[in-house]
Write a protein of this length. Structure first.
Length: 193
């Protein structure tokens, strides 16, 4: 008898789309993610000897949050209310880069938390900026990439993209950050060829 009642309460809560706290209905926070840009690839995967391990980038403490960061000025940081990332920005960005390189179809790409094959290249780095810049009214993604070749040689390069945002609402900023992150991911994928 209790299961149908619990099921009905759960369904009514899902259908309502709001959470009722006392007399005030509150919409749940939106969860945002990143989408891989569309690339034309052959879809052929290279052998294990040419594997690429993509590591989650390092970040400052401000980007460890799942909230959307706002750079107020050179020394002040805040967060947008209500909008949240589905995961830490660094993890979302790592997955986006891996998927973008994978879409190129010319190498095996594995994530650093998977059982990575020995040898091959490794891509890591630091996610320096991933948020809304209130000074320029733009979503900004800045990534300092560090590549280790199969021979152990290191190379680095900075990648950056910004997309204007008309109003700093969570859905608008998240959409612009998705576009900026996609641009950076394509730049990184081209650099890794």
């Amino acid at each position: 008898m209790k299961k149908p009642v619990i099921l009905m309460l759960g369904l009514s809560a899902l259908l309502s789309g709001c959470v009722n706290l006392g007399n005030k209905a509150v919409a749940p926070a939106q969860l945002f993610t990143l989408s891989a840009p569309t690339l034309g690839g052959a879809g052929v995967t290279a052998g294990v000897g040419e594997a690429l391990v993509v590591a989650e980038p390092e970040t400052d403490r401000a980007l460890v949050q799942t909230r959307i960061a706002v750079q107020v000025d050179a020394h002040s940081l805040a967060y947008l209310p209500e909008g949240l990332w589905a995961e830490r920005p660094a993890r979302l960005f790592r997955n986006l880069i891996a998927e973008t390189i994978r879409a190129g179809g010319n190498r095996l790409v594995v994530l650093d938390d998977a059982d990575a094959p020995q040898g091959g290249q490794k891509l890591g780095g630091r996610l320096v900026a991933f948020g809304y810049d209130a000074r320029s009214h733009a979503a900004v993604v800045r990534y300092d990439a560090l590549r280790r070749g199969a021979d152990g040689r290191l190379s680095q390069q900075r990648f950056e993209a910004s997309v204007p945002v008309a109003k700093p609402r969570p859905q608008d900023v998240a959409k612009a950050l998705d576009q900026a992150a996609g641009k950076v991911a394509v730049q990184v994928a081209d650099w890794m060829k």
